[in-house]
Design a protein around this ligand. Sequence first.
Ligand code: ADP
Length: 321
Amino acid sequence: MKYCSECGKRITEKEIEGKRRLVCLHCGKIYYQNPFPTVDIIIEKGEGIVLINRKNPPYGWALPGGFVDYGESLEEAAKREVKEETNLDIKELKQFCVYSTPGRDPRFHTISTVFTGKGEGKLKASDDAKEIKIFKKDEVPSVLAFDHKRILEDYFNSQVKKIALYPGSFDPITNGHLDVIKRSLFLFDKVIIGVSDNPLKKFLFTTKERIEIIKEALRGFSNVEIESFRGLLVDYARRRRARFLIRGLRAISDFEYEFQMDLMNRKLNSQIETVYLMTDQKYSYLSSSIVKEIAQLGGCIKGLVPDVVEKRLSEKFKNIS
Ligand code: ADP
């Protein structure tokens, strides 16, 4: 809250000669100054975010925050405001975005740097807050003070993860598949490897074995999930909230098949987009079937597959022969 330096009464915004100015309505002093820097903080706690019910105008539920004090950094102001209004300590504080629309605060023109962070401690409302609560995404009140509704919409949109599904037989996984997986991890937040459990298809390795092998080959990788699936691929993708399918392309022949599949998947679910990664040249001739053939005939498959596959293939063919 800002007060007049002359008479100590509250100052307010008014249009003077076509410009918005801060004025003391009591003594008439006009303040020629820049917008006020403020901070707002999206505090993540438990499964939701912390909002305060304001005891000063503008009333209503809002993000904790306030004016930056003279001599303070934005980060210091954010931590102080959080402590004052919610009693929480804030960890992993990060700048999210800056909001500067002149009408965002009905009192003055403010420019707010919005932060995100994790709240630690016991909630207690004080200072500007008469009440405090944790809201899950779908419980957030439909009206919030300031422009906080828009800020939270932007925040929740930014939280939507890009999940991709890489489906295949992986009978067994090769270094060509691994290359596609590594590259797709740069593009997506999470990659689900969907191992086909099609009962009509004949596999060398059982579904359980193929999953074990992939898990071993991807040991140490984060943001990857491996599981089997049956039924329509697009239904499985929808269930797993994957908006993207990943496929690898090696040759023109792959293209023709993939093109047909894409058109069919699009017809079944137009929301899902397929992303094609061109094979690395050194894996362009590599397929699970070729690897199986070479291994069966006793040829060397080093460098074409992860070590675990080499071992499992030699065991498999020893048992068969
Ligand atoms: P599917 O039975 O679905 O063809 P695969 O395990 O043979 O299952 O292949 C899964 C995906 O991986 C396909 O998109 C395929 O084109 C791709 N792929 C297979 N081998 C390679 C490779 N060497 N380089 C790039 N992509 C590959």
